[in-house]
Design a protein around this ligand. Structure first.
Ligand code: GLV
Length: 328
């Protein structure tokens, strides 16, 4: 019988990453790439001490109770709302995520989505493809100014700061932010960003971008009451998590032009998308791809594999979420 630790790779990953893991572990992998539901995941995890997951696999108390051999689960994502971290800590299971390696790529995408939304790129492209363009017109798809406008950022972690730098230094934007805690003065100066209350953020932003992690407290942090406080000319961009925005209320606000436009990379209950969002023209919709460059997705998978190997070979992870769980 092999003494090498048995692990599960819960979704399809790059072959090079599988090979690296095979140097240290007995690897079972979900080659179909279909998301494993709770029952199948428990079944596939039997006898496994480690797992590589994505945001689609839920690791909670029920699963942990059914998989008592599990010691480490490494998410290929910076967000980890699919993990019940306190339950993992209580079960002595190390949890890791993939911070830093995706920061700049995700900020690039946030900015791209903001620009596509403000400048009505998807809406105008659909118009062109539909053969509706028969003459140039002065006000055709006139959108909102990006340079020199006020960029509001809700959530000022690493990605929020990288977006602030792009806005302030690249586009001459006036950057305001709201966060649970205020940044230190040096970081605020580097980002050229001013701290404001949530109410001020909503009222002043020409473009509001959401970069807060999902938590039950953040559920529907942006809904009808918030749209009512925003400028009717404002755009909203969500690259954080579904559920932070009330998608039904957003579709209504877009239809009634209570705000001008939205760009969404994440959705409540994704990969399902609220049907009303599919019928309003002033929204740009992308399928959760903010970190999706080949280089960054590879770096994320590598970091998850490094975490798994480090923890199983040294008892220490590189980017732990519950560092309290360490092995001697
Ligand atoms: C993607 O959403 C991530 O959390 O990395």
């Amino acid at each position: 019988m092999s003494l090498r630790p048995a692990i599960l790779i819960a979704r399809k990953v790059f072959p090079e990453v599988v090979e690296r893991l095979r140097e240290f572990c007995e690897v079972d992998r979900n080659e179909t790439d279909q998301v494993l539901g709770p029952t199948d995941l428990v079944q596939r995890l039997q006898g496994k001490v480690g797992a590589l997951t994505t945001g689609s696999e839920r690791i909670d108390a029920a699963l942990l109770a059914a998989c008592p051999q599990l010691r480490v689960v490494c998410n290929i994502a910076v967000g980890f709302n699919n993990f019940d971290v306190p339950a993992m800590t209580a079960a002595g299971v190390m949890a890791t995520n993939t911070p830093d390696v995706l920061t700049e790529t995700t900020a690039d995408f946030g900015f791209a989505l903001l620009m596509a939304t403000a400048r009505r790129m998807a809406e105008s492209e659909h118009f062109l493809r539909a053969g509706q363009w028969n003459r140039w017109a002065l006000d055709m798809f006139a959108g909102a100014e990006v340079h020199g406008s006020t960029l509001g950022i809700l959530g000022m972690g690493r990605i929020g700061q990288a977006i602030a730098r792009r806005g302030a230094h690249g586009f001459g934007m006036n950057v305001i932010y709201h966060n649970r805690s205020r940044l230190d003065a040096a970081t605020e100066a580097d980002c050229k960003a001013s701290y404001v209350s949530k109410a001020q953020l909503l009222a002043q932003a020409d473009h509001l971008i959401l970069v807060v992690p999902y938590s039950p407290e953040a559920h529907h942090a942006i809904g009808a009451a918030e749209f009512a406080q925003m400028k009717p000319t404002a755009t909203l961009v969500n690259i954080a998590r579904g559920g932070i925005v009330d998608d039904a209320a957003l579709a209504l606000a877009l239809r009634e032009r209570r705000i001008a436009a939205a760009g969404l990379d994440v959705f409540e209950g994704e990969p399902k998308v609220h049907p009303d969002l599919l019928t309003v023209p002033n929204v740009v919709l992308t399928p959760h791809i903010a970190s999706a460059t080949l280089k960054t997705r590879r770096a994320m998978a590598d970091l998850a594999a490094d975490n798994l190997i480090a923890y199983l070979t040294t008892g220490r992870a590189l980017t732990p979420l519950n560092a309290i769980v360490t092995e001697a």
